[in-house]
Design a protein around this ligand. Structure first.
Ligand SMILES: [Zn+2]
Length: 471
């Protein structure tokens, strides 16, 4: 890109030394990782894979020795990393790890390492919202958190953010936290940059705030950067425009936590005239892929984790194919996840013209629980084309937002946020539209709302399957 990167201010921790700065312990370690990431992203893919296999050997040796769950699950050793085909065959013989297995094994702590190597710090636990409301515990080491910070900073550097600017974040979902009208404010962008770079203000607002109040708060904060879920960003873009509010300083928007649909990207960019940068991460595995600095697709973060995209038979997908995403974080020795099926699907892309050797994903399709279950067995993606959406708008002209919930193998429930109540004829037209799109065998119910309810995690999905597996 043509714009020069903004200058970076490094914080010095050494008395009597201001410049060049000497950061303290964690900051120095972060800088050490970042320096290497600046080199490895340009390595040829084969060299990246070879280096990754060496780290995976260390991870597997630790898991076999220290984690009860893996004692009999992993091979005694993998072939030499230089022998790519033999190594890949042996790797693919390791069973895929499911969420249900983690939940079962974690009940007696069998997923946790008995001990961590020196320097990896303490165990830190978080919980993620599992499918069917069953939470999954993930335990990470402090060292893994340091690596996570390095990838946060790589994203800032790739997208040339001025770290001294104001970052506005709308993602807090805790009741009563970061409440309108003030929200929260702090000096510094937080944990991941603390101790290394000088950063500006961070302001935060609760995701459950009504959209007109979000817009009012945002205009008052006048941020340089805005980070939130794509569905919130798209509605905010419309709300600020309708209210005549301007964001004169805004330079970039960062989308997290949900699939960024092309129409959301286009709506946000059109309303605010700035680039949208998408981030693909999960709480249990960290950053899977970051948007290329020069293209709208994603680069797998191979220095932090191994990402496999496989078809239903477990074979690696070729460019253009879509498959299940399996992840193996390379540096979390506290609770190793090896070939973990995180429940997402992604489309593999060809090598990127930017020259980086990191593998490419062209689309992230989100949770498999967002796939349509077919009455006769099997699943498919219920993706709506722009023609499908135009058909829905024609059926319900007052439509502001929609969500389709599969309640049973043959039952679809269409939830609509409407500017005014739908007429009986409009509801019938929506039901006919749904049967034409998804299949005549479905029974369709339609329900109108002023505003669609969000999930507990603040997420908004446009298709949700509530049919349990195995039914
Ligand atoms: Zn690229």
């Amino acid at each position: 890109m043509d714009r020069p990167a903004p200058p970076l201010g490094v914080v010095s921790a050494m008395p009597g030394v201001v410049w060049p700065a000497l950061p303290g312990g964690p900051g120095a370690a972060l800088l050490g990782i970042l320096f290497q990431l600046g080199q490895t992203e340009w390595w040829p893919r084969a060299r990246i894979e070879h280096a990754q296999r060496r780290q995976l050997a260390a991870l597997l040796a630790h898991a076999r020795a220290e984690v009860p769950f893996y004692r009999d699950r992993l091979p005694p050793a993998l072939p030499d990393p230089s022998d790519g085909p033999a190594w890949e065959d042996a790797w693919r013989a390791i069973p895929v790890l499911t969420r249900a297995e983690i939940q079962a094994a974690d009940a007696d702590e069998a997923m946790l390492a008995a001990a961590l190597p020196p320097g990896h710090g303490e165990y830190r636990e978080i919980f993620t919202s599992g499918s069917a409301g069953r939470p999954v515990r993930a335990v990470r080491s402090q060292l893994w958190e340091l690596v996570w910070s390095a990838f946060t900073l790589r994203d800032h550097l790739w997208h040339r953010r001025d770290l001294t600017g104001t970052m506005a974040v709308i993602r807090e979902s805790g009741a009563g936290k970061a409440a309108w009208p003030e929200g929260d404010a702090q000096q510094g962008w937080g944990f991941s940059s603390a101790g290394l770079f000088e950063t500006g203000r961070l302001v935060s607002l609760n995701v459950t705030t009504p959209v007109d109040r979000q817009a009012e708060w945002l205009a008052r904060q006048d941020p340089d950067y805005l980070l939130s879920h794509p569905s919130i960003l798209a509605r905010l873009a419309v709300a600020t425009r309708e209210a005549g509010l301007r964001l004169p300083r805004l330079r970039q928007v960062i989308a997290i936590a949900e699939t960024l649909r092309p129409e959301h990207r286009a709506a946000i960019e059109a309303a605010w005239g700035v680039k949208v940068v998408d981030v693909y991460s999960t709480r249990e595995a960290g950053y899977l892929a970051l948007q290329c600095p020069d293209h709208p697709h994603y680069h797998v973060q191979s220095e932090g984790l191994r990402v496999e995209v496989v078809d239903e038979a477990g074979r690696p997908c070729a460019p253009g194919q879509t498959g299940r995403v399996l992840v193996t974080p390379l540096h979390n020795l506290a609770m190793p996840l090896i070939r973990y099926d995180i429940g997402d699907a992604a489309e593999v892309g060809p090598p990127c013209p930017c020259g980086r050797g990191l593998p490419v994903l062209t689309r992230i399709l989100g949770r498999r629980q967002n796939m349509l279950r077919l009455p006769g067995g099997g699943r498919r993606w219920p993706l709506l084309s722009s023609g499908d959406i135009a058909g829905l708008v024609a059926a319900a002209p007052a439509l502001r937002q929609y969500r389709i919930v599969q309640k049973g193998l043959d039952h679809l429930h269409v939830m609509l946020a409407l500017a005014r109540p739908a007429t009986a004829a409009e509801e019938a037209a929506v039901a006919a539209w749904a049967r034409a799109k998804f299949g005549a065998g479905f029974r369709v119910t339609v329900e109108g709302f002023d505003e669609l309810p969000r999930s507990a995690a603040g997420k908004s999905e446009d298709f949700v399957c509530e049919v349990p597996d195995g039914s």
